[in-house]
Ligand binder design. Structure first.
Ligand SMILES: Nc1ncnc2c1ncn2[C@@H]1O[C@H](COP(=O)(O)OP(=O)(O)OP(=O)(O)O)[C@@H](O)[C@H]1O
Ligand SMILES: [Mg+2]
Length: 240
């Protein structure tokens, strides 16, 4: 079981004509590994992970995610697929401003049919595990960037997805907080034999990866396997 993309092509129609964004991507993300996807702005990274997440449709080729042929699924089929399999961490956190930290984390469980009290309790436990016990009832505007990112990570993990997709999770953080967030992702996302794909421009965190996949102009240019990934530094999670 893993994530496998074969000859994936995606084009967008614009007023100026058709733009070919993915031109035949072969990509793999093994289970239990952190795969980083890097490359210049506009090369197609967000497009690729949005297709894997089932947030975007219209590509050709083959995309097998834990046995699901994602590109062949209807919009209606993609909803349960996402709820069951995918945790997505967006660059700008995308927290709901009117909800507390715990409520934000509870949202994916409620969307999967869990009752609100049980979802809230589970959200609180997940945040506590991440050293966020003192911030459960705060609104996003009352949290630092690193704290908001931890709420976003907790929200992506609370329904125990098998695949974690992160789009520039450290872009808004300083170097130290970025490293801590990556360690947290590794600890939480990869330990249970899930898979994680992290899109990044941030060379400071390349060392955390098991594999670095380089993308250029809609194609995979090369793959580096990291022999001794940085398994993480000990840190006080409440210091973020
Ligand atoms: N909905 C869309 N309609 C038209 N063009 C699009 C659309 N979405 C993306 N593109 C184009 O596709 C190309 C790839 O975009 P994508 O967002 O995947 O790049 P990226 O590698 O994630 O870049 P960045 O590092 O800047 O986030 C860009 O040229 C972008 O303008
Ligand atoms: Mg992008």
């Amino acid at each position: 079981m893993s994530v496998k993309c074969k000859n994936v092509k995606m084009s967008f129609k614009t007023a100026a004509g058709t733009v070919d964004v993915l031109k035949g991507v072969d990509f793999e993300a093994p289970m239990g590994k952190l795969t980083m996807l890097v490359g210049p702005s506009g090369c197609g990274k967000t497009t690729l992970i949005s297709l894997i997440a089932g947030l975007l449709r219209g590509a050709s080729g083959a995309m097998d995610v834990f046995g699901n042929e994602v590109l062949a699924m209807s919009a209606a089929m993609l909803v349960p697929y996402r709820l069951k399999n995918i945790g997505f961490i967006f660059q700008q956190y995308n927290l709901l401003a009117g909800l507390t930290a715990s409520e934000n984390v509870a949202v994916p469980l409620v969307a999967s049919g869990v009752g609100w009290p049980a979802a809230l309790e589970c959200g609180q436990k997940t945040l506590e595990q991440m050293g966020m016990g003192a911030h459960l009832n705060k609104l996003p505007s009352q949290l630092s960037g690193g704290q908001q990112q931890r709420v976003a990570i907790a929200r992506a993990l609370v329904h125990q997805p098998r695949l974690l997709l992160c789009d520039e999770p450290t872009a808004a953080l300083d170097g130290h907080s970025g490293k801590l967030v990556m360690n947290l992702l590794k600890e939480l996302a990869v330990a249970d034999d899930r898979a994680a794909i992290v899109v990044t421009h941030d060379p400071r965190i390349y060392g955390c990866a098991d594999r670095v996949v380089h993308m250029e102009d809609g194609l995979i240019a090369k793959v580096d396997s990291i022999v001794s990934p940085d398994l993480g530094i000990d840190f006080d999670k409440s210091s973020l």
